[in-house]
Every structure is written in structure tokens, then in C-alpha cells.
Design a protein around this ligand. Structure first.
Ligand code: PLP
Length: 413
């Protein structure tokens, strides 16, 4: 058997912000025998995961499930609703927002980016990558679009490259305030099932997600949650589509089946993940991630290093980005930590390459795995000669010890 674990003992610490560590319970579910995807048992599984995903997206409308990574689900959202040459307004929160723009351009769409116009002392090259979407900038741009050329507004809910969330309800209000008919599309690939998300309430037309983050599954499932307006847009949209087309999928999903072969074993895993999320309750899941994030941020504050997200109102509950001091190559630090402690951290992407690393706090984690992650980073910082103010490990321990887990509060109640 292929053994990629260079360390003889223990589990690898997969602390990148997705793929996240997969709970054993889900891995066991995935290992069940593959069944006939046109047989009667399959429909039970299909209907269950479709209903469960509607609950997770908080929608009454259809959710399309694809054997695909998040990028496929991005493409599906665009090709189902838009036509060649359509103008799409995007907001540059970070690397993933930029990549979605590149994908849109390759499909023959016109893209226009809005970015935060301010300056930043730590990262002058990526000032806007430290803040969430400023909805008023979107409103102002839409108001100017008197000819209604903009057909969709695309934003990222949890920017995985930075650890910054965006207020999607505020974006909806901005679109409404401008009285603009553009569709609202939201990438919640790394937000869903870790951070609060409400497809219907926030008036999102297409929500895009993937399996390998908050849903705690391996990579390989992509999702589109739809709105009636998005389904209507499909009737006139002319970008070429076949595999991604919602109409056949939604029609066959009525009975729990798919037009092409679904990824059966990952759907077993999804069924198990949905049970876990439902047993815990989504609100507790969100509170658990918030608490973890606060514990990890306590370490970064103790070290005296800047957090990538410059606005505490939009700290990500899923990951924390840390800016390394000038002259310290964050990737060299990551390599050192990986080789010494078998701990993987997220790299700085795009404009942030070498300037920051990302600590994931999602998936199959708990207080002690996160204390261990912080310990691995702290040892790495010391080995790399980075001056730190105080012990981050102590700060994280103090935080977790003095803030009871939300599940403990529920048990005590
Ligand atoms: N959008 C966000 C916010 C992501 O975090 C990712 C991947 O990490 C993607 C899009 C791309 O998804 P994938 O790599 O699954 O294709």
C-alpha cells in the first residue's frame, strides 16, 4: 500500500483550510460496497442527501449535486444562467474570488472587479485581501448600471485564501437598494456547514459549495443551491452546457436519481456527515467553529503577529491567516513545520505567496488537536528564529479552558 506518511507514528495534522480531516465515521461509511445507482436502494440515499443538503443550505429549492470539485460547481453556476459576453460584477476579496473571475473570462463572460480602495501597511500589494466585501461599493456600481448590463454579482462568502468572511445579507440589501435585477451568486465552498449560511433568507440565486471543507468529506462533490430566478434564467441563458445542465438533474432528482453516474461512495459519506451535523445542530456547529477560531486567534495575538483579516467583524470561523514578519518566508516556515512535526498548514496564495500561512480549524478537530496545531506552529516559529512576544499555546489553552464548548452548555442546560 502506498505510504506517504514519512513519520512513523500518529496521525498527520492536516491543518490546511480544506480538504479538512475526515472523521473516521465518515471514512467507514465511504468504505461500504458500491451499489447500483439505478437500483431501488440508491433512491433512498439520493432523496436523503438532497433533502439534507437543502437543510444545510437553508433552502426550500433544488440543490444540484455533481461529482466535481468546487471549480466545477463554479462553472455550473455560470453556464446555467448566463450568455456569452454577459457582464459579471465580481468582488476581489482574495485569490479564490480572482480565480472565479478567470474561469468566467475563459467561458466568454466579461468580468469587472471591485476591490477595496484603501492602503495597507503590512500587505500593500493586497490591501483589499484583508477585508470582506464592502456592500456599498457594489450598490454604487449597480446604481450606475442604468442599461442593466450587469447580469450577475459574484461574491465569496468565506475567502479561504485569507480567512475573511463577507456579509452576504448586506450584499443582498445592496442589490435591492440599487433596484438592480442582477442574479446574486455566492461561493460558500469553505463557509457552508462551518459558518452561518442562509440561501433563501439572504436571497441568493446560486450558492456554490464543495464537499471537502465544512462537510468533512474528501474532495469530489460540488453543489449548486438554486433559486426560482436562477432556474428561470436557465431558460434564456445560452452558454453551452450539457454535463452541468440543471434541468435534467433537477428532474431526475425528484425520484432520487441522477442523469449520469453519481459518486455513490462519497454520497454515503455525505449521508453520514448530514447525520452528524443534524445530531449536533447547525447552530452549535457554527458556535463550535467560532470558539475554535477565537482560541487560535488568541495564539496569534500572543505571538504578536498580524492576523491576515484586518476587520474583527469578519474573522473567519474556518481558518486564520497569519502574516509573517518582513523577511520571513512563510513557505519556508511551512516546510520546516511539515518536516519536523508532520503538520500541514495552508500556503499563501497568489499575491500573498510567501507572506502568510493559514491555519485551518475545521473538519474532524477538537480543542486538543488545535492546541497541538498551535504548538507545532509555535515550535516552528522558534526554530525559524521568528521573535514571538508570548506563548500562543498558553493563550489557546487559556481560551479553551475558560470558554466552555457550546455542546457542553447544551448538555448542562
Ligand atoms: N472557492 C473557494 C472559496 C475555495 O476555497 C476553493 C478551494 O479551496 C475553490 C473555490 C475551488 O474549489 P476546488 O479546489 O474544490 O475546485
Amino acid at each position: 500500500m502506498l505510504n506517504l506518511n514519512h513519520h512513523a507514528t500518529g496521525r498527520h495534522f492536516l491543518q490546511i483550510p480544506g480538504p479538512s480531516p475526515v472523521p473516521d465515521r465518515i471514512l467507514r461509511a465511504i468504505s461500504l460496497p458500491t451499489i447500483d445507482h439505478r437500483g431501488p436502494e440508491f433512491a433512498v440515499l439520493g432523496l436523503k442527501v438532497l433533502a439534507g443538503m437543502r437543510q444545510v443550505f437553508k433552502t426550500r429549492h433544488p440543490v444540484a449535486i455533481y461529482p466535481a470539485s468546487g471549480t466545477g460547481a463554479w462553472e455550473a453556476a455560470l453556464v446555467n444562467t448566463l450568455s456569452p459576453g454577459d457582464l459579471v460584477l465580481m468582488y476581489e476579496t482574495g485569490h479564490f474570488a480572482s480565480l472565479w473571475g478567470k474561469l468566467a473570462a475563459r467561458l466568454g463572460l466579461q468580468t469587472e472587479f471591485i476591490a477595496w480602495p484603501g492602503v495597507d501597511e503590512h500587505l500593500p500589494q493586497a490591501a483589499g485581501w484583508r477585508r470582506g466585501v464592502q456592500a456599498e461599493l457594489i450598490e454604487a456600481r449597480l446604481r450606475k448600471d442604468t442599461e442593466r448590463r450587469i447580469k450577475a454579482v459574484c461574491v465569496v462568502h468565506n475567502e479561504t485564501s485569507t480567512g475573511v468572511t463577507s456579509d452576504i445579507a448586506a450584499v443582498r440589501r445592496a442589490v435591492d437598494a440599487a433596484g438592480h435585477p442582477a442574479l446574486l451568486m455566492v461561493d460558500t465552498i469553505s463557509g457552508l456547514a462551518s459558518a452561518d449560511y442562509r440561501h433563501d433568507e439572504w436571497g441568493v440565486d446560486v450558492s456554490i459549495s464543495g464537499s471537502q471543507k465544512g462537510l468533512m468529506l474528501p474532495p469530489g462533490i460540488g453543489f449548486n443551491a438554486l433559486s426560482p430566478r436562477a432556474l428561470d434564467a436557465m431558460k434564456t441563458a445560452t452558454l453551452p452546457r450539457s454535463y452541468w445542465a440543471w434541468d435534467e438533474i433537477v428532474a431526475m432528482n425528484q425520484d432520487g436519481y441522477w442523469p449520469s453516474t453519481p459518486n455513490t461512495n462519497l454520497l454515503y459519506g455525505l449521508s453520514e456527515a448530514l447525520d452528524m451535523l443534524q445530531d449536533e445542530g447547525l447552530d452549535l456547529v457554527f458556535a463550535r467553529h467560532q470558539r475554535w477560531a477565537a482560541g487560535v486567534r488568541a495564539a496569534v495575538d500572543a505571538w504578536g503577529l498580524p492576523i491576515q483579516c484586518a476587520d474583527p467583524a469578519v474573522y473567519s470561523p474556518v481558518l486564520t491567516g497569519v502574516i509573517t514578519p518582513a523577511g520571513v518566508d512563510a513557505d519556508a516556515l511551512r516546510r520546516l513545520i511539515h518536516s519536523r512535526f508532520d503538520l500541514s498548514l495552508g500556503t499563501g496564495l497568489g499575491k500573498l505567496k510567501g507572506r502568510m500561512f493559514r491555519m485551518g480549524h475545521l473538519g474532524d478537530s477538537n480543542d486538543l488537536t488545535l492546541v497541538a496545531m498551535v504548538a507545532g506552529v509555535e515550535m516552528g516559529l522558534k526554530l525559524a528564529g521568528v521573535a514571538i512576544k508570548d506563548s500562543g499555546v498558553q493563550a489557546t489553552m487559556n481560551h479553551f479552558a475558560s470558554h466552555a464548548a457550546p455542546s457542553a452548555l447544551k448538555t448542562a442546560a
